[in-house]
Design a binder for this molecule. Structure first.
Ligand code: GCO
Length: 439
């Protein structure tokens, strides 16, 4: 029998997730200032087809219609992020017009009985702060603390579920080492400094949160991947263990245990990398949950020529348009692992796929996405049955949007966006979800 909502615990929530720069547009409106992503996407060669988030889904002007869509599907919750450079000018001057947008958005959600989950930072650092050193600036955590406090004070009376950072792994390693995300640096030592400052920022935000939103819950969202050795040889096997600690532990262990994972840290130091380790007491402020972004697995091969000693190899499973293997069982494995290691409540804060979507006669027949979601829902349910304290599931994403370095070429939404007209069309997957939620 097909899976249905009532198979899940009664208080389990289903939602969709988005991020500010990917959907809002209105980049020059009402006092918003540029972020590192505005500058990066306008730099030739950084984003496919030189696309950018200037207009994106125009959600800044269409949020009411977008909330109506969520309502129609029957979603319980909505995870979105705040654009830091929309609400604070020059890193510290309050922008009332920007704040007002989020006030209206939250009120509209609540009016429709949709529970808001807010992410404070989904990769769009104000460019002004980048010019002051960005995530490499030792004071950046304090700037973040002030920003967080402003948002908690503004929205904390109505919003009770908070996420400090989205995937700090991407902000630091894609942004400062691989150079594929803003700000586009390629320096491995910088990546570790950025990573550490991101963790500090997280900790400072949690600390002020406890003073301001006494009845709220706060956590951090990390991307996790099932890590598997590419081949059955000892070298791949050993390096896969380290990569697992690194990818799935570097931003979890410090938050819960106040230290970086031992083996990975040892290896990185051996390689001559500087690993800052101060302020672990701030970093390990108690949190209420982990957000889990799960998409796929990674096959790992030992590579002595890579600064991190490994490379990815292509697997043989069916892939999404991103080239990511579809591997639902990995979701179960990762939920179990996080539960056993950290014992915290979990939310799946992102899971979904980019598909070869085509709008034909006003509908997208994305049967592959239905299949993907159904299989991942089943694994989530299995995890709950086997003792994991999983409390909710956010699909990435509500509507097609600006997929970072991939521009608009990848469609992840359950709602199709025609970027020329900004018209939204529910895909088959949205209709399937509506049906699932009604049962
Ligand atoms: C991430 C981000 C999202 C992406 C999504 C698809 O996990 O990379 O949180 O912003 O759009 O994951 O790549």
């Amino acid at each position: 029998m097909a899976i249905k909502r009532s198979d899940f615990p009664e208080d389990f929530i289903f939602g969709t997730a988005t991020a500010a720069y990917q959907i809002e547009g209105a980049v020059n409106e009402d006092g918003r200032e540029p972020s590192i992503w505005d500058v990066f996407s306008h730099t030739p060669g950084k984003v496919k087809n030189m696309e950018n988030g200037d207009i994106a889904c125009d959600h800044y002007h269409r949020y009411i219609e977008d909330i109506e869509i969520m309502k129609e599907i029957g979603l319980d919750a909505y995870r979105f992020s705040i654009s830091w450079s929309r609400v604070l000018s020059k890193g510290k001057i309050k922008n009332e017009k920007g704040l007002d947008f989020y006030n209206r958005l939250v009120d509209e959600l609540l009016k429709n009985n949709i529970t808001p989950f807010i992410t404070l930072y989904h990769w769009d650092l104000p460019y002004y702060l980048y010019e002051k050193g960005g995530w490499l600036n030792p004071d950046i955590a304090l700037y973040f603390q002030d920003y967080a406090a402003l948002i908690f004070e503004t929205l904390g009376d109505r919003v009770k579920n908070w996420i400090t950072l989205n995937e700090p792994w991407c902000s630091s390693f894609l942004g400062y080492f691989m150079g594929t995300h803003a700000p586009g640096h390629k320096n491995i030592n910088e990546a570790f400094i950025a990573a550490h400052n991101l963790l500090k920022a997280h900790g400072h935000a949690v600390k002020v949160f406890r003073e301001i939103v006494k009845d709220g819950k706060i956590g951090i969202t990390n991307v996790v991947s099932k890590i598997e050795p590419a081949q059955e040889n000892e070298e791949d096997f050993q390096v896969a263990i380290l990569v697992d600690e690194f990818v799935n532990g570097w931003f979890h262990d410090p938050v819960v245990f106040g230290k970086y994972p031992e083996n990975a840290k040892g290896l990185l130091k051996q390689l001559g990398l500087k690993i800052p380790e101060d302020d672990m007491d701030i970093i390990s402020q108690p949190i209420d949950f982990f957000g889990v972004n799960y998409y796929s697995r990674q096959l790992i091969k030992y590579d002595p020529y890579n600064p991190l000693m490994y490379k990815h190899v292509e697997g043989e499973l069916p892939k999404t348009e991103m080239g990511w293997e579809i591997y639902p069982k990995g979701l179960y494995d990762m939920l179990k692992k996080l539960h056993q290691r950290y014992g915290l409540p979990l939310y799946i804060t992102e899971n979904g796929m980019a598909g070869p979507d085509k709008l034909i006669n006003n509908i997208v027949n994305d049967h592959y996405r239905i299949d993907y979601l159904e299989k991942h829902f089943q694994q989530a349910l299995l995890a709950i049955k086997n003792g994991v304290n999983l409390k909710g599931y956010f699909i990435w994403t509500l509507m097609d949007n600006f997929e970072w370095a991939e521009g608009y070429s990848k469609r992840f939404g359950i709602v199709y966006v025609d970027y020329k007209t900004q018209k939204r069309y529910l895909k088959k997957s949205a209709l399937w979800l509506k049906e699932f939620l009604s049962k």
